[in-house]
Design a protein around this ligand. Structure first.
Ligand code: PMV
Length: 345
């Protein structure tokens, strides 16, 4: 960098996302290339705010703070990613960064924050690049780089819904980055709710890196990837048509498959807790009694995401408070909803 005067500050917020068709399994020997396409809702309340203060220096330097405090675990992860991207962002070789990051959701809520934090970080880096070189921030590039930082993070950069992974069912789809489904979905999905029931706030029993690796030797892997492709094709139609019954069937089948895959991996894992099953069974009864198209999905953990259209929000939220809250850890749940994607702060 030729002048020592180069300095500035950028800040972004970026949301988490919840997959309906799940990404579980990477292509061996490739950098975060998924074995199958995945589709997700972009969330609203669960998000990370990240700022970077940057200043020209004679070498690369990083100070990382999470919630105002130094965090060596995150610092290592972020330094590793930044060093891997020196060819993309050569200016980093001569820059001192001070990164401050904060999650809007509780750190120990059992909710994965890598999608929101890594996409927020990448958007900040691209903003610095724009400040130094000019030009507009490119969301496709943001998605591509977020993928390299943490697979599913590539879906967080788009509003409403995103598709990641090449599929014949969607022309511009790619394994390298996600594409927006904002204009491909029925209005009912634009305001969908995701109430996240915290069954346990413990750290994940299996990291997603280890979980993906278990798929390499899973005896049902080929069948799973075939199913995920079929679910993606069907879901894209269902999202367009606004068919809520079919949406519920696909979402729940995907959640169950993800957990079934873990149960038949070697070593095997049970990631649900007794209260996960109690919530699911109580939800089945409520749906049967009311005919409301409310369903669930699960991430790679015990927490339950309850998905439902805005028009039924009042009844479903009353049901959650009356019947499901007792199964939540300290009664905790987050009333989240489909969101508009990242923004500059
Ligand atoms: O992006 P990763 O490596 O944390 O993997 C995410 C895996 C799941 O959350 C279980 C599914 C998904 O598609 O988000």
């Amino acid at each position: 960098m030729n002048e020592n005067k180069v300095h500035g500050s950028v800040k972004w917020q970026s949301p988490s996302n919840i997959a309906i068709v799940k990404y579980w399994g990477k292509r061996p020997g490739m950098k975060q290339i998924p074995q199958n396409p995945s589709v997700s809702f972009t969330l609203s309340k669960c998000r990370t705010e990240t700022s970077i203060d940057y200043e020209a220096s004679d070498r690369f330097g990083l100070h990382f703070y999470f919630d105002g405090k130094e965090n060596p675990e995150f610092q290592t992860k972020i330094a590793e990613f930044l060093k891997s991207q020196m060819a993309v962002f050569p200016f980093l070789n001569e820059m001192e960064l001070r990164i401050n990051s904060h999650n809007s959701f509780p750190h120990s809520s059992g909710i994965a924050s890598s999608a929101s934090s890594m996409s927020a970080l990448v958007l900040c880096l691209l903003d610095i690049e724009c400040a130094l070189k000019g030009g507009e921030l490119d969301l496709k590039k943001a998605s591509h780089l977020s993928r390299l930082a943490s697979g599913s993070a590539c879906r967080s950069v788009f509003p409403k819904m995103a598709l990641w992974g090449a599929t014949e069912a969607f022309q511009s789809s790619s394994d390298d980055y996600a594409v927006s489904l904002e204009n491909e979905i029925h209005s009912v999905f634009q305001t969908y709710h995701d109430s996240i029931l915290i069954v346990s706030d413990a750290k994940k029993a299996v990291s997603s890196r280890a979980g993906h690796a278990l798929m390499d030797s899973n005896p049902y892997a080929a069948m799973r990837y075939d199913q995920a492709n079929k679910h993606t094709t069907a879901l894209l139609e269902v999202l367009k048509a606004g068919d809520l019954g079919a949406f519920c069937r696909i979402a729940e089948s995907e959640a169950m498959q993800l957990h079934a895959l873990m149960m038949c991996s070697e070593p095997s894992f049970i990631l649900m807790k007794p209260n996960t099953l109690r919530i699911i069974n109580t939800l089945y009864e409520f749906r049967q009694e009311t005919d409301i198209p409310v369903c669930f999905t699960l991430d790679a953990g015990p927490n339950v995401h309850i998905l439902y259209p805005d028009q039924h929000a009042e009844l479903v939220e009353r049901f959650i408070m009356d019947e499901l809250e007792p199964y939540c850890h300290e009664g905790k749940w987050i009333a989240d909803q489909v969101g508009d994607g990242p923004s500059r702060c």
